[in-house]
Design a protein around this ligand. Structure first.
Ligand code: PEP
Ligand code: MN
Length: 291
């Protein structure tokens, strides 16, 4: 892994690099501020499954204290097979997100995987999610940048901080300053077994704060892949200074169409949120944990 050098900061990362200690970008989604004086939780199903279920999830997570609804319409599924149990709703999923967003009044983050879908996904999304696998899909980043919409840029599981910031630099360079970084775990030779799927790089949180002015959130769901590990990693992310979390919440997690092992149910999410609030206020007594 190559370190970020002074020359990099000057020549390769002039827009992403922090100019002075107090330099901090706040990404605004309506009146929600990511990177400002509040902690932001984005929660919801891995994949959008139906209108009724998405509506219920949006209402429940909002009541519990999430500010943004997550849900994939287009999914980067590992295998090409779709069936009644494992599916992505694609355009139908986007339509559901639009309806739910308007009814509940909650902003939506959803993934765009294909450069041809950017304009359509933008109509449903308040935040465009770039998945881990697409972090260095530069034509996609350029097209997303043109929308000027807030972007959640997931870190590829094999990338250094330098590569990740290079991808962010593309978005900024092509005219989109509204970038939120998302740490979702990295791989090492001894990972990728049931008890250690991805290593959550907690140290990258202070490193991001040191090098850049961009906000950073952590995804404890796609990194751990197992719900029993999600609360510990979420608590650690708050303690390490993350600006927010992106996490899977589902009414009946083991029945989820995608990633059924990692979602929390409403009760588990509520308990975790109460713990996060306590940790947050110890560290940031003057800030706001939106509840
Ligand atoms: C997701 O958040 O739905 C997802 C697929 O995540 P990742 O790109 O981190 O695997
Ligand atoms: Mn998933």
């Amino acid at each position: 892994m190559k370190d970020i050098t002074k020359k990099d900061i000057r020549n390769n990362l002039p827009l992403t690099a922090k100019k002075r200690a107090s330099h901090q970008t706040i990404v605004r989604i309506g009146d929600i501020e990511v990177g400002g004086h509040e902690f932001v939780i984005m929660a919801g199903p891995c994949a959008v499954e139906s209108y009724e279920q998405t509506l219920e999830i949006a209402c429940e997570i909002k009541k519990i204290g999430a500010q943004i609804l997550r849900g994939g319409a287009y999914k980067p599924l590992t295998f090409p097979y779709r069936n009644q149990k494992t599916f992505e709703l694609r355009q139908k999923g986007l339509d559901i997100l639009k309806r739910v967003k308007n009814k509940v009044g909650i902003p939506v983050v959803t993934e765009v995987m294909d450069v041809r879908d950017v304009s359509n996904v933008s109509k449903a999304a308040d935040i465009l999610q770039v998945g881990s696998r697409n972090m260095q899909n530069f034509p996609l980043l350029i097209e997303i940048a043109k929308t000027k919409k807030p972007v959640l840029l997931k870190r590829h599981f094999g990338s250094s901080l330098r590569d990740w910031l290079g991808a962010a630099e593309y978005l900024l360079y092509y005219g989109n300053p509204n970038v939120i970084l998302c740490e979702r775990g990295i791989v090492a030779p001894h990972t990728h077994h049931p008890n250690s799927r991805f290593i959550v790089d907690l140290q990258v949180i202070p490193a991001v704060k040191e090098y850049t002015h961009l906000p950073i959130v952590v995804d404890p769901s796609h990194s751990t892949f197992r719900r029993q590990y999600v609360p510990a990693v979420a608590r650690a992310a708050v303690a390490a200074g993350a600006d927010g979390l992106l996490m899977d919440v589902h009414p009946i997690p083991y029945k989820a169409a995608v990633d059924p092992l990692q979602a929390l149910n409403y009760g588990q999410f509520r308990k975790l949120k109460n713990e996060l609030v306590k940790i947050y206020y110890i560290l940031h007594p003057k800030m706001k944990f939106n509840v």
